[in-house]
Design a protein around this ligand. Structure first.
Ligand code: FES
Ligand code: FE2
Length: 447
């Protein structure tokens, strides 16, 4: 046992109002505690229900580092089960996705389980007849996670049996997810293919921090977005000709500091928050007239105007996803180790909207987030340099002080200058809360 296990005071001391200790990003023991406490006590994104449209459809993924299966049962409900056979531990499913029919069958000794996890059959079951097998946990089948909630197609789960409820955990932050779904004239999203997957050699929180870090684009992306803007200027593009889609996407990355200051950042309790309160890098995308017509048909002019008037940039759902409403995208930062994170970038189709919107969404993902993109690599380079730099001795703290004021209250929703680091402070405040809530202090444990 190291110095942080069962020592909530030592863990809490890693987060100060204006700085965070480097152990939160580099220490193996802290990472293991994050998996055990933070990722167990919070509501973590699992998948979208359109990834499992038919009964028996499943995907495999992780909540923290715990392997889980999301599956559609015969009652049409989505279940989230731990991916582990109750017999001897074998992972039941290893494909990223598939259809298992009416039941899962373990490949080792053929125990089978209904798609809600219940034990269905065991070969040669009479071997247990004279035992108290029925009393043991193996007889319960594949174990479900503590709680599951499907919010308008987005499936979240809490590993812990007891804990904070879904609505209390997310509160008003659900307005960002709702806005993304409302952008469909049918109020429905569908996943568009598998996500782009991209391994990052850095801590998962570096990616989360980056989502509301508005002082980096004009610097870190100068070599990619800046070059694109300069080349486009040289092209003498006629004023009356629509700008190429790629330029609409990439040019706003070079907006000046004032643009980002004025865009605003909103924070919500429990570590959630978003950039782009007043405008964002997605505000000036051209509108397909037939899309506007379809939205007005469904919602009426006023409501359609409100829905599309929101151009929230990045919304962080603590701990580890970000969504972009205006281009129907979700990025999942899956922790693999203190210095390893698997990033999955999903895109969705707005059901009932013209194809051009999906085209823009897919182009954004390729240009900005793909392993073959030109923008995401700028960020990756910075994360990896920081992950290495944090091992330098003599400096132990990471600064999150920009626009910090005394006595910030993270239980209150707030809107501030778009270059504040308040959202990073909000995240670490929530980190501390959910890390320590189920830890016993070593003193208590000794009693
Ligand atoms: S390990 Fe699964 S049936 Fe034996
Ligand atoms: Fe970036």
């Amino acid at each position: 046992m190291g110095r942080y296990t069962d020592n909530p005071a030592a863990v809490a001391a890693l987060v100060q109002p204006h700085q965070v200790h480097r152990d939160t990003y580099v220490d193996r023991e802290i990472f293991d505690l994050e998996m055990k406490h933070l990722f167990a006590n919070t509501w973590v994104f699992v998948g979208h229900d359109s990834q499992t449209p038919k009964k028996g459809d499943y995907i495999t993924t992780q909540i923290g580092t715990q392997p889980v299966i999301m599956v559609r049962h015969s009652d049409n409900e989505i279940y989230v089960l731990l991916n582990r056979c109750p017999h001897k531990g074998t992972k039941i499913a290893i494909d990223r996705s598939g259809n298992t029919g009416k039941f899962f069958r373990c490949p080792y000794h053929a125990w089978s389980f209904k798609t809600n996890g219940c034990l269905l059959a065991i070969p040669l079951k009479k071997g247990y007849a004279e035992t108290d097998f029925k009393e043991g946990e193996a007889s319960h089948g594949m174990k479900p996670v503590g709680a599951v909630k499907n919010h308008r197609g987005f499936v979240f789960a809490r590993l812990a049996q007891d804990g904070i409820g879904f609505d209390e955990y997310f509160g008003n932050s659900l307005s960002s997810l709702d806005n993304m779904v409302d952008r469909s004239p049918e109020g429905r999203l569908e996943v568009a293919g598998p996500p782009l997957r991209y391994m990052h050699n850095c801590n998962w929180k570096m990616l989360v921090d980056n989502q509301t870090d508005t002082c980096h684009p004009m610097v870190a992306h100068e070599s990619s977005a800046g070059t694109a803007v300069r080349l486009f200027e040289q092209a003498n593009w006629p004023e009356d000709k629509p700008k190429p889609m790629a330029m609409e996407i990439i040019a706003p990355f070079m907006s000046p500091y004032e643009f980002f200051e004025e865009m605003g950042i909103r924070t919500w309790p429990n570590g959630h928050g978003h950039t782009g309160v007043h405008h964002s890098i997605h505000s000036d995308y051209s509108m397909a007239p037939e899309y506007w017509d379809a939205m007005v048909e469904t919602y009426g002019e006023e409501r359609a105007g409100q829905i599309l008037g929101e151009s929230r940039h990045n919304t962080v759902y603590w701990p580890n996803i970000m969504i972009k409403g205006p281009i129907q995208q979700l990025r999942n930062f899956i922790p693999m180790g203190p210095d390893k994170t698997l990033v999955e970038s999903y895109i969705y189709r707005l059901v009932g909207a013209p194809d051009i919107l999906l085209e823009r969404t897919a182009m954004y993902n390729r240009l900005i987030n793909a392993p073959t993109s030109i923008v995401g690599h700028d960020d990756l380079e910075m994360y990896e340099r920081a992950q290495e730099g944090l091992h330098v001795d003599g400096l132990e703290w990471i600064n999150i002080q920009r626009l910090h004021v005394e006595d910030e209250d993270f239980d209150e929703e707030a809107v501030e200058n778009g270059t504040t680091e308040r959202q990073m402070r909000n995240q670490m405040h929530a980190w501390s809360k959910f890390m320590t809530m189920s830890m016993t202090s070593s003193q208590e444990a000794a009693e």
